[in-house]
Ligand binder design. Structure first.
Ligand code: MG
Length: 373
């Protein structure tokens, strides 16, 4: 799910590299019909699903003569997510659009390789309860959570999780100039190649805020046990601290294909992409605490995490909407945190557990941000 996005495309590179072990059963995308058709011709899945139904006729035309069944809309995407023939479902749709298909896969008891962090942010308790009730397994694809997953020890309690953050492109820029940041500047991430939404989230550090909430649910820890440390080199991908004072970390090149592949190969490890950390040259690794004044989104996410209820869903939806407005030039970079703050003040106190409640809160937060931009 999300095959035409950044994680989806890199997942298909993993499939291509390990074609003797992996086969594509279905591909689903939001609206990139051209690329979806090219991927389908190359990987020959049984099904393709396109969320945007208005583009389905185009997709059918592009796939004329190809032995693949085209499914339409949210129901089509959910159908492939729960198909009994699929062993692993990759949830890599961006944003809140991934919520229903992910729940659909969990209800079907799938092994879910989860890249869509928004699902656990907006619907953490519901997603974890659904997974437990239907025997589904969630394997994290987000690099930090994959790192933590790789460091865990069976039935050994966690004292603390430390999520590492690159600090993004504005770690050292004068905060007095943040209002003048352009979308082009914010889209230049120093270390990672990712889609536009998550790249802006990295620049504001909202990404790390969403990841704190994601970690809280994935690893069943208390909010106070989740910390953040800035590590500009992006070689240490996160750490687990145990009660004896030992910390374990996972290190690798910043390459999303590594955590994607591990979610497919687990518990085995397969031959990975080219590129290794070069220990024959001097490596300097820095670790610094995040500056709350520079990155207000991190504090907003922590507040939402502690508040619980609808607050994380409001945070997520307001942020997604504000990022879209920033990318269109409708609000300044500093307006993202302001919009999220106001939406949380106005809507964060509601309760939301069930899917319809989360969907309603999500829509209200988006409306709130749009109408006040
Ligand atoms: Mg991440």
């Amino acid at each position: 799910m999300g095959s035409t996005g950044s994680v989806g495309r890199q997942a298909l590179e993993v499939v291509q590299r390990h074609s003797e072990r992996l086969r594509v059963f279905a591909l689903a995308a939001k609206s990139s019909a051209d690329l979806l058709a090219r991927q389908a011709r190359r990987f020959r899945p049984r099904f393709v699903a396109l969320l945007d139904e208005t583009l389905v006729p185009d997709l059918r035309q592009l796939l004329a003569g190809c032995d693949v069944e085209v499914l339409a809309g949210m129901e089509g995407v959910c159908q492939v997510a729960r198909d009994p023939e699929a062993d692993i479902v990759l949830g890599a749709a961006s944003g809140a659009a991934g919520l229903r298909p992910v729940l659909s896969a969990l209800k079907a008891g799938k092994q879910l390789a989860l890249a869509n962090k928004e699902t656990l942010v907006a619907a953490g308790p519901l997603a974890m309860d659904t997974a437990a009730a239907h025997g589904a397994t969630i394997l994290p694809v987000d690099s930090e959570h994959s790192a933590i997953f790789q460091c865990l020890e069976p039935s050994v309690p966690i004292e603390r999780l430390l999520l590492t953050a690159s600090g993004g492109p504005f770690l050292r820029r004068d905060p007095g100039t943040f209002a003048a940041i352009t979308p082009a500047e914010a889209l230049k991430h120093p270390n990672w190649s990712m889609g536009p939404k998550i790249t802006i989230d990295s620049a504001t550090m909202m990404n790390k805020g969403l990841e704190m909430i994601e970690a809280r649910w994935l690893f069943d820890v208390e909010p106070r046990q989740v910390g953040v440390v800035i590590h500009p080199q992006s070689i240490v991908h996160s750490m687990v601290v145990f009660q004896d004072g030992s910390a374990k970390a996972q290190l690798s090149m910043p390459d999303m294909r590594i955590p994607i592949q591990y979610a497919f190969s687990y518990p085995a490890r397969w031959d990975g992409p080219d590129g290794r950390v070069d220990w024959s040259i001097g490596q300097t690794m820095e670790f610094l605490p995040p500056d709350p004044a520079r990155f207000p989104c991190l504090g907003l996410a922590r507040d939402a995490l502690h508040q619980g209820g609808a607050a994380p869903a409001v945070l997520n939806a307001a942020n997604e909407e504000a990022v879209a407005l920033f990318l269109r030039g409708a609000i300044p970079f500093t307006g993202i945190a302001q919009a999220v703050y106001r939406a949380l003040e106005s809507l964060g106190h509601h309760q939301a557990y069930a899917l319809d409640e989360i969907v309603a809160v999500d829509a209200a937060a988006r409306r709130y941000v749009r109408t006040r931009a």
